[in-house]
Design a protein around this ligand. Structure first.
Ligand SMILES: [Zn+2]
Length: 497
C-alpha cells in the first residue's frame, strides 16, 4: 500500500539583533521553489529534499510539496513574508487532504516579526489541518532552538549530527524512515525535550575538531539509542545564540515509541552534559593584531593557504558580510597574495559589472549595512579581473551537488589582494566560489573567508593552518553587549557562572 506524504520546507536562522530585514525577496534570492520546481532542483543532491525524493521512490509515496524556501541568516522574517509562506503550506495541504503523513525539513531557529517560534507556528497550522492521528516528522538543523511546542506538535524529530553540516540527507532520511513506520502503524512515536539554562553550548555543535562536547554527547546518544527500550531517535541541538527569544539554547529531543516517563529520564541525563560542558569551546577568536602577525609569517614551500575565518561577520551565522576591518588590516600590513571571499555590496558590485573585465574601478567597499559592526566603507582602486553571475555548484563535502549564489559579482584585483565583490550576502562554503572567478584557492597564500564552520569541510584539508579573527562583526561572542529582553533568565553565561 502506498501512502500520500505532504512535505514542505522553510529554513531561516534568525539573528534577532541584525537590522537586515528578511523579506520574501531574501528567500527568492536564495531559494524559493514551488511544486514541480523542487524535485527538478533538489533530486539527487545530498540535501534533505534529496532524501525525501529517494524515500518517495523507495516507498512509492505520492508526494505533495508546495514550498521549499531558504534565506541567508539575517534579521527577523517579515510578517507578510511569513504569512505568505504559511498560506502556501496551508493551501497546499488543504488541497492534498487526506494525507497519511507529513515530512517537514525545517531549520528550527527561525523568528518572524509575528511569531517568536516560527517553526512551532508552522507545526501548529499543519497539525490543525491533519488532525491528531496523522504522523508529522521533522528534520532540524543542528543549530535549532527547539521548543516545547515543536516537541508537542511533532511525532518524530531528527537533527543533523555534523558541523560542518554534511549529513542533511541522513537526518531527513531517518525522519522519513520513521515516518514510514508510523504510517504503517508499527510505531506510535512522541517527542520529549530537555534543556538547561544555557545560551550557547556543546562547542556550538562542532564535530570536526576530533574532540569536544558535541562529539562526546553524540557518543552518549548512540549508546542510549542502542540500550534504552523504545527510543527511536535522539536529536541534539546546539542552538543558535544570537536570538532574543525565551527558548534560545541547546536541547535534547528524544523520539520514542509511545509515551513513557523513561524518555524524559534519557533526555534529562543527556541534557546534563549541556550544563557540565558549558564554556568548553574548541574554537577561539584571536585579535586583529595576532591575526596580522600570523598572516605575515612566510609561507613554507609547498604548504597550502592560511585560512582566516572572519567569524563574527559570517553571513551564514547572520553577520552582515560587508565588514571591512580585516581587509583594512591586511592592506595596511602589506600582506602578499590574499584572496577575500566574499564582500556583500550590491552597489559596488554593480560598478564593477558596469565597467567590465579589464577596467580600473574605484569603489567605497562594504560597511554599508551597519558600520557599528565590522567597520566603515573602505575606498579601493583596482582592476575588474573577472565577472560572474555568482552561481556555483558545490563540489565539496558540504551540501554536495546543491547550487549556491553570490549574485552578480566581480573579482577586484589590487595586486597583493583580490576581493570577490558580490550582490548577495554569502558565506564561503565551497572552493567553487573562488574558481568561478578564475582563482585557484589552493595556490593563494591567504584565503580570508566570511565563514565559521561549514567551509572547513572543503577548505581545511588543503590549508596549512586555520585561524579565526574577531573583526568586530555582529556575530560577536561577547553576548553581554546585546540588549536582551525576551530571553529566559537567569541563563549562562549572562547571569549564571
Ligand atoms: Zn547549522
Amino acid at each position: 500500500m502506498s501512502f500520500t506524504v505532504f512535505a514542505a520546507s522553510v529554513m531561516h536562522e534568525t539573528h534577532t539583533f541584525s537590522i537586515t530585514p528578511t523579506t520574501l525577496a531574501s528567500f527568492k534570492a536564495y531559494q524559493y521553489l514551488q511544486g514541480a520546481a523542487i524535485p527538478k532542483a533538489m533530486r539527487g543532491t545530498r540535501s534533505e529534499w534529496g532524501a525525501v525524493f529517494d524515500l518517495a521512490d523507495e516507498f512509492e509515496w505520492k508526494m505533495i510539496h508546495p514550498l521549499s524556501a531558504i534565506a541567508q541568516p539575517s534579521g527577523k522574517v517579515a510578517a507578510d513574508a511569513f504569512a505568505q509562506m504559511l498560506d502556501l503550506i496551508e493551501s497546499g495541504l488543504k488541497a492534498a487532504l487526506p494525507v497519511d503523513g507529513v515530512l517537514l525539513p525545517l531549520h528550527g531557529s527561525m523568528v518572524a516579526e509575528s511569531h517568536d517560534d516560527a517553526e512551532g507556528e508552522i507545526l501548529k497550522r499543519v497539525r490543525a489541518l491533519v488532525g491528531p492521528d496523522v504522523p508529522i516528522a521533522v528534520s532540524l538543523d543542528l543549530h535549532a532552538n527547539a521548543t516545547e511546542e515543536m516537541a508537542a506538535l511533532a511525532d518524530i524529530i531528527t537533527t543533523y549530527r555534523t558541523t560542518p553540516h554534511t549529513d542533511m540527507y541522513e537526518a531527513a532520511e531517518r525522519a522519513g524512515r520513521l515516518l514510514q513506520r508510523a504510517m504503517r502503524k508499527e510505531i506510535r512515536p512522541s517527542v520529549t525535550l530537555a534543556n538547561r539554562p544555557v545560551l550557547s553550548g556543546l562547542d556550538r555543535g562542532r564535530t570536526i575538531a576530533g574532540h569536544g562536547p558535541m562529539i562526546d554527547i553524540l557518543q552518549m546518544v548512540k549508546q542510549a539509542e542502542a540500550e534504552e527500550p523504545g527510543v527511536l531517535e535522539i536529536g541534539v541541538n546546539a542552538g543558535y545564540a544570537w536570538s532574543d527569544v525565551p527558548f534560545t539554547g541547546p536541547t535534547v529531543l528524544v523520539t520514542g515509541d509511545g509515551r513513557k516517563p523513561a524518555y524524559k529520564d534519557v533526555a534529562e541525563r543527556l541534557a546534563e552534559h549541556i550544563w557540565t560542558t558549558r564554556g568548553k569551546d574548541t574554537v577561539h577568536l584571536i585579535s586583529m593584531e595576532e591575526t596580522i602577525r600570523i598572516a605575515a609569517e612566510k609561507r613554507p614551500a609547498g604548504a597550502g593557504p592560511l585560512l582566516i575565518g572572519d567569524y563574527t561577520d559570517n553571513p551564514g551565522g547572520g553577520g552582515h558580510g560587508d565588514g571591512t576591518n580585516l581587509i583594512r588590516a591586511l592592506i595596511a600590513a602589506g600582506i602578499e597574495d590574499v584572496v577575500v571571499g566574499t564582500m556583500a555590496d550590491p552597489q559596488s558590485a554593480q560598478i564593477g559589472l558596469n565597467a567590465g573585465v579589464g577596467a580600473m574601478v574605484t569603489i567605497d567597499l562594504g560597511g554599508k549595512i551597519d558600520p557599528r559592526f565590522g567597520g566603515t566603507p573602505i575606498r579601493l582602486t583596482g582592476k575588474v579581473a573577472a565577472v560572474s553571475d555568482g552561481i556555483y555548484v558545490r563540489k565539496g563535502k558540504f551540501a554536495t551537488g546543491t547550487t549556491g549564489t553570490m549574485g552578480p559579482s566581480f573579482l577586484l584585483d589590487m595586486g597583493r589582494i583580490r576581493i570577490i565583490v558580490a550582490t548577495h550576502r554569502t558565506q564561503i562554503d565551497d572552493r567553487q566560489q573562488f574558481r568561478i572567478y578564475g582563482v585557484e584557492p589552493e595556490k593563494a597564500n591567504i584565503l580570508a573567508c566570511k565563514a565559521m564552520n561549514h567551509f572547513r569541510a572543503d577548505f581545511e584539508p588543503m590549508s596549512r593552518k586555520l585561524i579565526y579573527v574577531d573583526s568586530g562583526g555582529i556575530c560577536s561572542l561577547d553576548y553581554k553587549q546585546f540588549p536582551w529582553t525576551k530571553l529566559r533568565r537567569p541563563i549562562w553565561p549572562l547571569d549564571l557562572a
